[in-house]
Design a binder for this molecule. Structure first.
Ligand SMILES: *Cc1c(COP(=O)(O)O)cnc(C)c1O
Length: 437
């Protein structure tokens, strides 16, 4: 295996088992069963602190917000609140959970391209820190509600800058075809800004963009910064707009497999700071605060999933299928995005690699495959498969397809395990159901 996948506290212990947070994964499985999501808390803290420290070391006014759609639950909100991060939510449900976690409401930023009336009202009631306004419909509603309530709100305008970054390349598009944000190139962003500046209870602090996900380069971010700062200068001259906050979103890449080469967090942040400093100086604007929104890069590689190996189907000269006791219900990303993962037998870490298996889930879908062609020791049903980097968009996207209960989530740190989310039971599956007879 590629040892670089052993991030954070993960290591191979004397028993030849995978260990995480100072705990043997075999003993975690004995205690909590499989499938099981495990998070390395000190790895999350390390990521959070590295993002924050890189800004602090250069004395840059910044906010790092956890994009909580990557993994949203009470315990992770409590952890992020303790780490003094800001928080992005994208729905009333995430907002509610954050409030249940006593998240300081002024640190909450509300995203989304179709915020409902009740979601807007809840966010106004909680007096959150900022709305990231996505479209004209929302801007109009927010104007009406704030006038009605005589309540001031801060907003950022979400702009589609015509820059899209994806993993190894970025593209600039003329007119961006996206469901999110106000388009910069066709004048809608300017129109939105002009309206917002005239709204009596709305304070437009700045601009937001999010250019993609799993990004391994800094060119895309730099291009987006250039565009937004240049445009802001124009809007300063036209409307007296002061850009106080420049939010460049998230999308910082992580390693899922040996092929992935993410930059160190410091490099993403330093490059960003450099660009904002240089371009603001060039266009003669004061340095805005820099806000970023990492999701995957805070929790992704801190999480692993442990499965019990089950049935095998050997098709001579074609393929060996090895089925595990989970699949697309706990990790939809391979089926949804053709996302790549890798894994190991957690109970036989350094045993000789003898076979190539394709790892199948247990759902009634041919597309329910987690990993194709994974080299492993010869496996049987006493073995535990660990899949790496499942901490982002794993539990968050989990479903009950085929009436499969969702697995539990365990946080580990310094030899201690904490059950953050319980395993769903069959009774839980019936909780919302009404009997017809
Ligand atoms: C999804 C999203 C993020 C986080 O993206 P990651 O790839 O998880 O870092 C940040 N900001 C916005 C607006 C998003 O939609």
């Amino acid at each position: 295996m590629d040892k670089r996948l052993l991030t954070g506290t993960m290591k191979i212990n004397k028993a030849n088992h995978l260990e995480i947070g100072g705990i043997d994964t075999v003993s975690l499985v004995e205690k909590y069963g499989t499938p099981l999501y495990v998070y390395d808390v000190s790895q999350i803290k390390y990521k959070v602190r590295t993002f924050k420290k890189t800004f602090q070391d250069r004395n840059i006014a910044a906010q790092v917000a956890y994009a909580s759609k990557a993994f949203s639950c009470l315990a992770i909100y409590q952890l992020m609140a303790k780490e003094e991060l800001s928080l992005d939510v994208v729905s009333g449900g995430e907002l509610y959970t954050a409030i249940q976690a006593n998240y300081p409401s002024k640190k909450i930023h509300f995203h989304g391209n179709n915020k409902s009336d009740s979601e807007i009202i809840a966010a106004l009631d909680y007096d959150i820190g900022c709305f990231v306004v996505d479209n004209f419909h929302e801007l109009k509603k927010l104007n009406e509600y704030t006038i009605q309530r005589k309540q001031k709100v801060s907003i950022l305008l979400r702009v589609t800058p015509g820059v899209e970054a994806h993993t190894h390349d970025y593209i600039t598009t003329g007119q961006t075809d996206s469901k999110f944000g106000f388009d910069l190139n066709n004048g809608q962003a300017q129109q939105a800004l002009q309206s917002a500046l005239e709204m009596p209870y709305i304070d437009t602090m700045g601009l937001h963009c999010h250019i993609g996900s799993q990004i391994f380069e800094t060119d895309g971010f730099r291009l987006a910064v250039d565009k937004l700062l240049t445009e802001s200068k124009k809007w300063q001259e036209l409307f007296g707009f002061h850009l106080r906050v420049l939010n460049v979103g998230g999308g910082f890449g992580i390693r899922y497999t040996a092929e992935d080469e993410p930059l160190p967090i410091e490099d993403y942040v330093n490059n960003l700071i450099d660009e904002v400093q240089i371009v603001s100086a060039n266009v003669q604007l004061p340095m805005p605060e820099i806000w970023i929104e990492p999701g995957r890069s805070l929790v992704g590689d801190a999480g692993i999933t442990l499965y019990q190996v089950g049935s095998q189907k050997v098709i001579p000269d074609v393929r060996n299928y090895l089925a595990i006791d989970g699949g697309m219900t706990d990790n939809i990303r391979p089926a949804l995005y053709d996302a790549k993962y890798t894994g190991v037998l957690a109970n036989r870490m350094e045993d000789k690699i003898e076979e190539t298996y394709s790892i199948a889930g247990k759902c009634c879908e041919s597309g329910d495959m987690l990993i194709w062609d994974l080299p492993l020791p010869k496996a049987d049903d006493k073995d535990i498969l660990a899949v790496f980097s499942t901490g982002a968009y794993g539990y968050a996207m989990a479903s009950n397809y085929n009436r499969i209960p969702r697995p539990p989530v365990v946080f580990v740190e310094n030899g201690q395990a904490f059950l953050a989310i319980k395993r769903e039971s069959y009774a839980d599956l019936m909780r919302l159901e009404c009997s017809l007879y």
